[in-house]
Write a protein that binds this ligand. Structure first.
Ligand SMILES: Cc1ncc(C[n+]2csc(CCOP(=O)(O)OP(=O)(O)O)c2C)c(N)n1
Length: 642
């Protein structure tokens, strides 16, 4: 579907085209850019509110800076649609997040304007500082380095680490704090409260007006500018800011808060700040979802709403007449409440993903026992460890790929001390349109090599519930349960809770010629494959391992004694995952079967729909059938041959 651009935007493909327009015309360009994002995202999907909120900032940055010579780093990057459109990708924008199309996040390989690949949050300050120090080293004193970071992303330790370092470097870094009071859900924590107090404080605002009055004169002053810069520095030093402003205390020059939707003023300020050397922070106040009333009103829902009618705002849902299986995340959300009602030791923890992982159900039902700790995966894990030392049973829910952030905490704070923390890793396996940064490809491999750790993955909702039930029983130690994005298999999912024997798999169906070993949801692909193969006269056996650690050795002895051919299937990386575990078992026990491993190959898998990516990586139903057929001979052929 062709989406038309407004009259000014249609002439703009790169920032140099934008610069041909007068400051007075910037507002219209913003309007057209906003409309273009609405038009395309409504029919293609993707992140929505965040990009709408930074339309003015995006236009102002590309207008005032000399990109790509000046380095512009977007944090997370889910808000960079306007940036993509203004930097050579307007005509490809309709392919956003679609397989073989452009990425939903900035990506170095996609454009020279994308200075740093993102997707995970809070990297921008460190990355921009690295670039700034490199420029300083190379003598490129005129180059600007700008990190645009949201108030949500600012809650992460990594952001503080970057600020802490930048404060002692002389490098030219401008941090633009895009403060909209929102993460995906409402932002949390003391920093958020601090930012709100600055934004509403009368004395700060009076002071701000004084500073900006001097600042806006800078460009008119030409050679005298430096004198005024000194004056600003002096005036800043002498004010209340030095003592009471967090960023000033870290040696940043703090400017703001400013209205992040006043494009003309923003462009002028950014230009002026370019003349001030060293670390600076511009506090910019914006509204997430700006310009689309429903998105402004329900900002969490419109973070990434899916397809919608841009006139009525109705979010499109497929019409389905029979009951559907629930999302795994919702099974987690309801089951933790059910378990917590019976076990007063259970608490829930999420680093900034209450609606993403459905812990919001527990936050609503038992607010004193469920914690959103901000975008702080490392803290979430160590905080959980602390809770566990006191006899509580924390369920720490982290998206599989974000757990990569907290690996040392898992080993050092939880596993070495053998604490009973339950890790629920959502979005395990190929996550879909968010692409390489978000696929939960490595968890089976990185969790199973940790001593004391139990690693399980459910094939359906009932198994997820039973794994959660088992994990909270006395003294289980660290227990990981990983499950994918999307729906399970059982519309009647709410079945009685039962303890599972840790390290025990199950035989899904018996057969001959070849054994298929699966872990987790992909077991359902094998079930489908077996059905089709059976109708072709081929009868593989299928085992659902349930646990990659400990492995079900009895089951594996049985498999390797009976089968010369074994196929392993996992929604995870082939290097070090379940297939590797099975090969290790085979080698350690002197078996010599042929093992074919299906899973994610040793490369970064780009974005696309999950079924497209499963097929691409070769472990969907069709690929399993193909792998079996390569090995097994159908019963009819065997009968004919005998
Ligand atoms: C390490 C990490 N944890 C969690 C996320 C999921 N996530 C994506 S955007 C977002 C909220 C970011 O909030 P903010 O930085 O304020 O930007 P806004 O969406 O408000 O513009 C979160 C939690 C992530 N991308 N990276």
């Amino acid at each position: 579907m062709e989406v038309k651009t407004g009259t000014l935007l249609s002439t703009i493909n790169y920032p140099e085209d934008l610069k041909k327009y007068s400051e007075e015309e910037l507002e219209q360009i913003c309007q057209e850019l906003r409309q273009y994002i609405i038009d395309v995202v409504s029919v293609n999907g993707g992140h929505f509110g965040a990009s709408l909120g930074v339309v003015e900032l995006t236009v102002a940055l590309h207008y005032a800076l000399n990109t790509p010579y000046d380095k512009l780093v977007w944090d997370v990057g889910h808000q960079a649609y306007g940036h993509k459109i203004l930097t050579g990708r307007k005509d490809q924008f309709h392919t956003n997040r679609i397989i073989n199309g452009i990425s939903g996040f900035p990506k170095i390989s996609e454009s020279e304007y994308d200075t740093f690949g993102v997707g995970h949050s809070s990297t921008s300050i460190s990355a921009a500082l690295g670039m700034a120090v490199a420029s300083h080293y190379k003598g490129e004193k005129d180059r600007q380095h700008v990190a645009v970071i949201g108030d949500g992303a600012m809650t992460a330790g990594l952001a503080f680490e970057g600020l802490n370092h930048a404060g002692i470097e002389k490098s030219n870094v401008l941090v633009i704090l895009n403060d909209n009071c929102m993460s995906i859900d409402p932002n949390v924590g003391a920093l958020k409260e601090y930012l709100t107090s600055i934004t509403t404080s009368k004395s700060y605002n009076r002071f701000r007006d004084d500073v900006f009055n001097v600042l806006t004169k800078l460009s008119e002053l030409g050679p005298n500018a430096q004198k005024y810069v000194k004056k600003i520095q002096k005036s800043i030093k002498g004010t209340l800011l030095k003592q009471s402003n967090l960023f000033e205390a870290l040696n940043f020059r703090y400017f703001g808060p400013v209205d992040g939707h006043d494009v003309k003023r923003l462009a002028a300020i950014i230009k002026d700040l370019s003349a001030i050397p060293g670390p600076k922070l511009l506090h910019c106040v914006t509204v997430k979802g700006k310009g689309f009333a429903l998105a402004e009103k329900d900002q969490t829902k419109w973070h990434a709403p899916g397809l919608f009618d841009k006139i009525t705002g109705e979010i499109k849902k497929p019409i389905i007449d029979k009951p559907q299986p629930p999302k795994y995340q919702d099974v987690f959300g309801h089951t933790i409440v059910e378990l917590a009602e019976a076990n007063s030791k259970i608490v829930g923890i999420t680093p900034a993903m209450p609606s993403g992982c459905s812990l919001n159900i527990m936050m609503k039902a038992m607010p004193e026992r469920a914690f959103d700790v901000g975008i702080a995966e490392q803290h979430a894990v160590t905080f959980s460890a602390g809770l566990a030392t006191q006899g509580l049973v924390p369920f720490c829910n982290i998206y599989s790929s974000f757990m990569q952030r907290a690996y040392d905490q898992v080993i050092h704070d939880v596993a070495i001390q053998n604490l009973n923390v339950v890790f629920c890793l959502d979005r395990a396996g190929l996550a879909g349109a968010d692409g390489a940064t978000h696929h939960g490809a490595y968890d089976l491999a990185f969790m199973r090599c940790i001593p004391n750790m139990i690693v399980a993955s459910p094939m359906n909702e009932e198994e997820l519930r039973n794994m959660m039930y088992t994990a909270q029983l006395e003294n289980k130690g660290p227990f990981t349960i990983r499950y994918p994005r999307g729906n399970g298999m059982l519309p009647d999912w709410k079945r009685p809770l039962n303890e599972l024997q840790v390290g025990k798999g199950r035989k899904v169906c018996d057969g001959e010629d070849v054994a298929i070993l699966t872990i987790g949801h992909v077991g359902n692909f094998a079930v489908e494959a077996c059905k089709e193969l059976n109708s072709d006269g081929i009868t593989p056996a299928h085992y659902d391992l349930r646990f990659v650690k400990p492995l079900d050795e009895e089951l594996l002895h049985d498999v390797f004694t009976r089968f010369k051919n074994v196929i392993t299937v996992e929604d995870g990386c082939l290097q070090g995952g379940m297939g590797s575990a099975v090969l290790e078992f085979m080698a350690d026990n002197g078996y010599k079967s042929n093992v074919t491993r299906l899973g994610i190959p040793d490369e970064f898998i780009e974005h696309g729909e999950q079924p497209e990516l499963w097929a691409l990586c070769g472990y969907d139903t069709t690929a399993i059938i193909k792998a079996v057929k390569k090995i097994a001979v159908s019963r009819t052929t065997k009968i004919m041959a005998s």
